[in-house]
Design a protein around this ligand. Structure first.
Ligand SMILES: [Zn+2]
Length: 94
């Protein structure tokens, strides 16, 4: 999962996957399966946000996540390499 995602999968977050937690998109407690179609890397901050705010996320195939913000804005995120991004930056200096 970390190799696929490379970074946190929240829109705009570049936290390296090796610092992330693996999230069940459909919660395990609601019978969300433990497989690649239902797992994604989220940094601690965005993992907590996913569970404790009105952000919603769904996996729509090919490892694409569709996020809906509390205001209804939608964002799609792809694994880092699939998004055509370059090398993962070093950790933020703060
Ligand atoms: Zn993040």
């Amino acid at each position: 999962m970390r190799a696929r995602d490379a970074t946190c999968r929240f829109p705009g977050c570049l936290r390296a996957a090796h610092h992330c937690e693996v999230d069940h998109t459909i919660d395990w407690q609601w019978d969300g399966p433990t497989n690649a179609d239902n797992l994604a890397c989220l940094c601690r901050r965005h993992h907590v946000m996913k569970h404790q705010s009105d952000w919603r996320v769904k996996q729509i195939g090919d490892a694409v996540l569709r996020w809906v913000s509390p205001t209804g804005a939608t964002y799609k995120t792809l694994p880092h390499a699939a998004a055509g991004r370059g090398p993962i930056p070093d950790e933020a200096p703060f």
